[in-house]
Design a protein around this ligand. Structure first.
Ligand code: PMP
Length: 383
């Protein structure tokens, strides 16, 4: 089987697996304990915080460890909304966001906040002017993702940051960086982002740990209360092994970003050209997108039928993002860029990683051809 679902979960680096095992065996003490073993575990977390801070060009006290980017996004959005509710109760986000952002905003709306969901252009890119136009004196937060997890479009974060601050300096900017880190440059200062979410398991780190950058001067209302862990921002005994291994993945994928981009771009472009040459398929991603995501639709054919066929042919692909793949409805993301319902039901996402070679892509192309031919032959029923 060839695995083409890196955007859902990437296989952990060997060093990450070794670190998790080593820390679980040797450093099981509670980092809050005052004995020597506890202090040693706490020191490991401090070191991991420094490693992440260096990779993201922020201060160590600006790094907060969570259980995953879903929690980071929930904390950034609801934590900021609750903390700054006296400033206003309006939030701006986009129609492209991951469910952890989208549903956090929808939940706040049920609780009395107003939310503006800005539509992207048909290219999947949000116009910074549309963000600026949505901002009001009572807008406390704008949340925009770096790279879309389904179609791989890259948002103009620097321009969006500038647009936000030009309208309202007090409006906070949150970036969901999950699909961007390790593939594209991360420049929080240039983007003027106060909040930034990261998911180690997408960058060959462990599952069950997340990162939220909270820039100095920004406070969040804690969603998990209890002990004073993570500087009072997130209670709960720390996942020491996960945190240390996450820091390793953040460092390694940060260091390898440029090389990975250089390797993946020609592979992605080759695949894009191949798909563009298949009359049955419509591309939903392009050469201006992230280097690891190729997304296309087979209008009239359910995505899962094609995905199952490809799996029979030895290729593991995804129908959309993992968090939405069990939904029977058309993709909200594809509808937002103007695709019709048959196309929005027939999407396939291929996501590349550092193991893939030109020969693997050639095999995938052959499988795509065979899968589409075979489905076309199967009389109507599957459609
Ligand atoms: N944001 C984006 C853009 C994602 O792709 C994902 C993972 N599907 C998340 C947030 C949630 O991350 P996690 O799996 O760490 O909760």
């Amino acid at each position: 089987m060839l695995y083409w679902d890196y955007a859902a979960a990437a296989p952990p680096y060997d060093e990450v697996v070794q670190t998790v095992e080593q820390i679980m065996r040797l450093h099981y003490a509670n980092p809050s304990s005052l004995h020597r073993a506890g202090v040693e575990a706490e020191r490991l977390i401090t070191r991991a915080r420094e490693v992440c801070a260096a990779a993201l060009a922020v201060q160590p006290h600006e790094i907060l460890f969570t259980s995953g980017a879903t929690e980071s996004n929930n904390l950034a959005i609801k934590g900021a909304a609750l903390q700054y509710k006296a400033r206003g109760r309006h939030i701006v986000t986009t129609q492209l966001e991951h469910p952890s952002v989208y549903e956090s905003c929808r939940q706040l709306r049920e609780l009395g906040w107003e939310v503006t969901f800005v539509a992207p252009a048909s290219t999947g890119i949000v116009d910074p002017a549309d963000i600026a136009a949505a901002i009001r004196p009572d807008t406390v937060l704008v949340s925009v993702m770096h790279v879309n997890n389904e179609i791989g479009t890259v948002q103009p974060l620097r321009e969006i940051g500038q647009a936000i601050k030009a309208v309202n300096r007090r409006t906070l900017f949150h970036v969901d960086g999950v699909q961007g880190y390790g593939k594209l440059e991360t420049r929080l200062k240039e983007w003027q982002a106060e909040l930034y979410s990261l998911s180690p398991h997408k960058i060959r780190g462990p599952r069950g740990t997340g990162i939220l950058v909270v820039r100095e001067g920004t406070a969040l209302f804690p969603l998990l209360t209890g002990g004073s862990h993570e500087n009072g921002n997130r209670a709960g005994t720390e996942n020491v092994a996960g945190i240390v291994a996450s820091a390793k993945a953040v460092r390694m994928s940060g260091e390898r970003r440029e090389e990975l981009g250089r390797r993946l771009i020609p592979l992605r472009n080759r695949l894009l050209h191949f798909i563009a040459g298949m009359p049955e398929l419509i591309l939903n991603s392009g050469e201006d997108g992230a280097p690891h995501i190729v997304h296309f639709s087979y209008p009239g054919m359910k995505g899962e039928v094609l995905a199952r066929k490809l799996e029979e042919l030895g290729m593991t692909v995804s129908t959309r993002s993992a968090c939405s793949s069990r939904l029977a409805e058309p993709s909200r993301i594809l509808l937002s860029i103007g695709r019709d319902v048959p196309a929005a039901l027939g999407g396939i996402r291929i996501s590349l990683g550092d193991i893939h070679t030109e020969a693997d892509v050639a095999l995938l192309e052959q499988a795509l051809l065979a899968a589409v031919q075979s489905l076309k032959k199967a009389e109507g029923g599957l459609k």
